[in-house]
Design a protein around this ligand. Structure first.
Ligand code: SF4
Ligand code: SF4
Length: 191
């Protein structure tokens, strides 16, 4: 898997494109991707582009339209999306590039093409309810007069178990990317 420091290859083998990939992405939530006119307004607003990630929103869309699935899966850029939704606000064609990034992440999860950081984020979400959680901050929170734990799932075990039960009902559980089964709710239970 390449990273932000590496650029898009200078020569791209278009014959390697996977026919039907755009349909897969549409079915995973990016329903308006074919309305993209590659105007790059989304790229101008994207912090990923500013940070130098090779596959920011516009380029991800372009690569999907060309069927370059393996090239996208081989790169970590999609995991750098900040979910800021700036791209969605500025797109003149209502493509919702953020949803394209999410759809591409769903493909990556299905194909087990996740970077370690993403797996750690999923595990942390399941274990404490936050994709990013700094237990080391407990002491500093107390120093500034805050409760040791934030008033979220971290401090509310019942809410955490409910979240875990929900996650256990998703495809994540079937994929076995992280260990699950802490909620105590049977798999057949409707949540
Ligand atoms: S702003 Fe919309 S139409 Fe323009 S490149 Fe981005 S997704 Fe495509
Ligand atoms: S939501 Fe993601 S793709 Fe869209 S502008 Fe923000 S970081 Fe970029």
């Amino acid at each position: 898997m390449s990273n932000a420091a590496e650029a898009v290859p200078e020569v791209i083998n278009l014959s390697a494109g996977e026919k039907g990939f755009v349909d897969e992405i549409k079915a995973l939530g990016a329903t308006h991707i074919l309305d993209c006119i590659q105007c790059a307004k989304c790229a101008a607003a994207c912090p990923m582009a500013l940070a130098g990630f090779p596959f920011f929103n516009k380029r991800v869309i372009q690569a999907i339209l060309l069927g370059l699935k393996e090239m996208l899966l081989d790169d970590t850029s999609i995991w750098a999306c900040q979910s800021c939704n700036r791209c969605t606000e500025v797109c003149p064609r209502k493509v919702n590039p953020f949803e394209v990034m999410q759809a591409m992440r769903r493909v990556a999860v299905r194909e087990f093409a996740l970077p370690t950081l993403a797996i750690e984020g999923i595990k942390s979400l399941y274990d404490v309810g936050h994709a990013v959680y700094l237990a080391q901050a407990h002491e500093n929170r107390v120093k500034v007069g805050l409760p040791q734990k934030p008033p979220s799932t971290v401090a509310h075990p019942t809410a955490l178990r409910e979240l875990q039960a929900l996650l256990e009902q998703t495809a994540l559980s079937d994929l076995g990317i992280i260990p699950m089964g802490k909620s105590g709710v049977k798999e057949s239970c409707e949540v």
